[in-house]
Design a binder for this molecule. Structure first.
Ligand SMILES: [Mg+2]
Length: 391
C-alpha cells in the first residue's frame, strides 16, 4: 500500500496509506459508500474476449460500480485490486456523477505504429534541455541482452489505461520475431510485417496471410527483381539487404552517402512494378503495394465491430492508416513530418522524439473516452488543447 501511495503521488506517506483500500472487498465497500478517485487492477483480471466481455468475472461488479461512479480504472501489474476514496482527507478531487456508460464497452480501435511512434531507440529519443529534467524512461525492448527501445514512464501508464477504453492494435513493419522482442501488454490483435501478418492472441492468422500473398502475386513484381535493383552496381551506401518473411525487402543504408536522386529513381522504378519505398532512419524498405497496415487494420475493425478508429504513425508506410482514421495522429518527426504530410483532422504532436509518444497516447485515450467517439473527440480536443498538439 505504501508503494502504491507513493507511485500515485498521494502525498505524505503516513496519511496517504489510509486512502489506499486493498482487495476486492474493500474496493467494493468504497465504491458503494464514496466516489473513489481511481481503481487499480491487475491486467489479467481485465482481459476481454473479442466482443469486449470479461474473461474472468471476479471484477464484473467492481467494473459496473466504477462505471456508475464515473471512476477511472487503471491497470497495474502485481497489485491486488485497490481503491481510495474521496473522503475529507483525500487530496484528489472526486470524479463527476455517473455517465451511464457500461465498462469496458468501447469499440474504438487504436492502431498505433511502434518504432518512432510508440517506442524509441536511444538515437531517436531527441531529449532536450538539462539532463536533470529528462523524463523517466522504461525499457520497451531488449536485444542481445541490452536495452534497445524505450518509452516514458508516463507513456507506459497511459498505455495500460488505454487498454480499458479501446481495442489497442500494435501495427508494425517489424517481422514477427522483431515484434516479439517488444515488451507490450497483451492485446487481442497485433499486426506485423507491415500488414502481411495478423496475429490473433499471438497466433498468425493463416487465412489472412494467404489472402495477402495472393494479392502480392497478382499485383507486384517478384521480390528477386527488387533485390537485384537495390543491389545494382553494388552501391557503397547500401550496407546490407534483408528480406522480411519472404514478403518484402529492407536495406541498411548510409543516409549521408545517398546520392541525390537515387531514392527518387528507386521509388519510381518500384512504383511501376507494384512496390512502395520508404526510408526510416537507416532502414530502406521496399514493400509490395498490397502489403499495407491499413488493410490489416480494416480487417481487425470488421472483426471486432469497431465504432471508430484512432491511428498514429510517423512514416510513409503509415500514411494509408492515417487516411483511414477518424482521428489521425502523427509525431513531429519522421518521414511524414519531412514530407509535410497533412490531411483534414490530422493532429501533430508539439514534441519530437520520445515525448511525442506520450502525447499520442494521451490524445488516443481522450478520444477513446469521449462519449461521442474519436471523430468528435478529435475535433473537441484540438480546440481544447491547441497548445498541446497542432494541426
Ligand atoms: Mg514508425
Amino acid at each position: 500500500m505504501e508503494r502504491i501511495a507513493a507511485e500515485q503521488g498521494l502525498g505524505p506517506l503516513r496519511s496517504a496509506v489510509n486512502l489506499v483500500k486493498p482487495g476486492v472487498g474493500e474496493t467494493t465497500r468504497v465504491l458503494l459508500r464514496r466516489v473513489p478517485w481511481k481503481v487499480l487492477a491487475r491486467p489479467e483480471l481485465l482481459a476481454t474476449d473479442d466482443a469486449g466481455r470479461l474473461l474472468c468475472g471476479d471484477l464484473a461488479h467492481v467494473l459496473l460500480l466504477a462505471a456508475q461512479r464515473g471512476c477511472r480504472l487503471s491497470r497495474r501489474r502485481g497489485c491486488r485490486t485497490a481503491a481510495w476514496g474521496s473522503s475529507t482527507r483525500a487530496s484528489r478531487p472526486a470524479r463527476p456523477a455517473p455517465t451511464g456508460r457500461r465498462w469496458p464497452m468501447s469499440r474504438t480501435v487504436v492502431a498505433c505504429d511502434l518504432d518512432r511512434t510508440l517506442i524509441y531507440s536511444a538515437r531517436a529519443l531527441h531529449l532536450e534541455g538539462p539532463d536533470r529534467d529528462a523524463p523517466r524512461l522504461v525499457v520497451s525492448e531488449v536485444y542481445e541482452n541490452a536495452p534497445l527501445s524505450y518509452m516514458t514512464r508516463a507513456a507506459e501508464d497511459l498505455l495500460h489505461e488505454l487498454l480499458g477504453h479501446a481495442v489497442l492494435v500494435p501495427v508494425t513493419t517489424r517481422t514477427q520475431a522483431q515484434f516479439a522482442r517488444v515488451q507490450l501488454p497483451a492485446t487481442p490483435y497485433a499486426i506485423t510485417t507491415n500488414g502481411g501478418v495478423l496475429l490473433h492472441r499471438g497466433t498468425p492468422d493463416g487465412a489472412w496471410s494467404a489472402r495477402v500473398r495472393g494479392a502480392v502475386a497478382r499485383g507486384s513484381a517478384p521480390i528477386g527483381e527488387v533485390l537485384a535493383r537495390v543491389c545494382e552496381n553494388a552501391p557503397p551506401w547500401v550496407d546490407r539487404v534483408r528480406t522480411a518473411e519472404d514478403l518484402f525487402a529492407y536495406a541498411i543504408v548510409d543516409r549521408a552517402a545517398l546520392p541525390a536522386g537515387w531514392l527518387a529513381d528507386l521509388s519510381g522504378w518500384c512504383a511501376g512494378r507494384g512496390w512502395v519505398v520508404s526510408l526510416q532512419g537507416r532502414k530502406l524498405y521496399c514493400v509490395p503495394s498490397a502489403v499495407t497496415k491499413e488493410a490489416a487494420v480494416a480487417e481487425v475493425m470488421e472483426r471486432v465491430g469497431a465504432s471508430g478508429l484512432v491511428a498514429a504513425g510517423d512514416s510513409l508506410l503509415d500514411q494509408g492508416l492515417l487516411e483511414l482514421a477518424d482521428l489521425p495522429l502523427r509525431p513531429r518527426h519522421g518521414e511524414l513530418e519531412d514530407a509535410g504530410y497533412t490531411r483534414p483532422g490530422l493532429r501533430v504532436t508539439e514534441s519530437a522524439g520520445v515525448l511525442a509518444g506520450e502525447e499520442i497516447l494521451r490524445a488516443a485515450l481522450e478520444a477513446a473516452m469521449a462519449p461521442s467517439g474519436p471523430q468528435a473527440a478529435g475535433a473537441e480536443a484540438s480546440l481544447a488543447h491547441s497548445s498541446a498538439m497542432r494541426r
